[in-house]
Design a binder for this molecule. Sequence first.
Ligand SMILES: [Zn+2]
Length: 210
Amino acid sequence: MITLYDIHTHHKHSEHKAIISVLPSQYIPIQDVYYSIGIHPWNSDNYQKDDIDLLQQYIQHHNVVAVGETGIDRKRGACIEQQVILLEKHIALSEQFKKPLILHVVHGIDIILNMHNKYKPSQQWIIHGYRGNPITTRQLLNKNIQLSFNHKFNIESVKITPIEKLWIESDENPELLEENYRKIALIKNLSVDELKLSTQLRAEKLFFQS
Ligand SMILES: [Zn+2]
């Protein structure tokens, strides 16, 4: 059987090979469980200095395979200036420790594109829960920013995202992971197994090879 990969979930006990997104203060590593650690934009107005220190320390753990989720949310959290400063910290850590960056973006694609131009990161950036339209999708793909889809997405955007730049996640809905694979496979004209295998190979290479 092909292992199912979930590159972004908040569910602490996934039955799949998952990347569990946690805040630094929530990080209690379990053997053979993988995490991404970051200060969510929603927490950008209430995190402590301790959280940054913990983040920096935990990022270095073997179980931590990505930085984030971090990002920009114009509907929640601190003012944009503060969110940008926090995002820049995550970008720096991602580059320093050579781990991909997982992004949460709500009405902030312009900032993400600007940041990518400014920092020219060597690490892969992935926007999770991506729902943008095809115009935005092309801009991101041109920058080699990858996209992760859950159960809500723009079909045309999925169509134009090459399989090598596409990920599947469950986010807050672990029970929908299989269904998300089925939906995306159908749109991409692939068998579910082809999509699972492609995701497995790419995930092992990007996150788990060390
Ligand atoms: Zn999330």
